[in-house]
Design a binder for this molecule. Structure first.
Ligand code: HEC
Length: 137
């Protein structure tokens, strides 16, 4: 095998992974945009300065801390293992009603996740898990 064909092989592997990430993410992107992006992405549009002290301080803290543990803007650059682990944590947090935080839902009722939407997230999570497991074979 020439170096060239090796290169081509790795390129096609990469693009099939990208395709998977894109397609599966398409199913949940809207949900996360509505309920999570304010704190877990680079394009947060929480109007922090529109809130009075100490609510603004509280929100500011939440945005930077939230982004550290999970940043959807970086989702497509996370490894299969990280995607699978995070998807699992996402399901856990939503199932336990810990995310989005209650204080946030109070201000943003559109962020509330109903059971049907949760099932979509759950299916997406299982897909991430299968993908990771298959990549280990
Ligand atoms: C108001 C801001 C805010 C919103 C909205 C929000 N989060 Fe978070 N999230 C945080 C903060 C702050 C942390 C880190 C500290 C903590 O665990 O409370 C966090 C942590 C997490 C973690 C990591 C938990 C851990 O134990 O490390 C996950 C997973 C998560 N959020 C998922 C979500 C999902 C999914 C949504 C949307 C359905 C969401 N969050 C919406 C602020 C937010």
């Amino acid at each position: 095998m020439t170096i060239n064909s090796l290169d081509e092989e790795s390129i096609s592997l990469e693009s099939s992974e990208l395709e998977f990430i894109q397609k599966s993410y398409d199913q949940v992107q809207e949900i996360f945009e509505r309920s999570c992006y304010d704190c877990h992405s680079n394009n947060t549009d929480i109007p922090i300065y529109g809130y009075m002290f100490p609510v603004n301080l509280y929100l500011q803290d939440h945005v930077s801390e939230g982004r550290e543990s999970l940043n959807f803007s970086k989702w497509k650059s996370y490894s299969a293992k990280k995607r699978s682990t995070l998807a699992f944590e996402i399901v856990e947090e939503v199932e336990e009603d810990a995310m989005p935080p209650a204080s946030y839902k109070l201000l943003h009722s559109k962020a509330i996740i109903d059971p049907e939407t949760f099932q979509k997230i759950k299916r997406w999570q299982e897909e991430q898990e299968r993908y990771y497991e298959n990549s280990q074979k």
